[in-house]
Design a protein around this ligand. Structure first.
Ligand SMILES: [Zn+2]
Length: 68
């Protein structure tokens, strides 16, 4: 029953994209750039201040205030 057709949804706008499309897995160059932009922003947020493991722990529990 399983057919070997690779179909995905565009991560940006959820349109169906086929593997043979030139901008796969995005439906268009525009959507690819939008997604890359988001991804790059995430990377910059993580990689700039968080090389220190203690900083990472602080980021994982931002709502906890254990100083009294
Ligand atoms: Zn799209």
């Amino acid at each position: 029953m399983t057919k070997k057709i690779t179909k995905l949804k565009c991560p940006t706008c959820k349109a169906t994209v086929r593997a043979k499309d030139p901008d796969f897995p995005f439906c268009s160059d525009r959507c690819r750039k939008i997604d890359l932009g988001k991804w790059a922003m995430g990377v910059y947020k993580i990689s700039s201040p968080a090389l220190d493991p203690e900083l990472l722990e602080d980021l994982e529990a931002p709502m906890v205030d254990n100083r009294e």
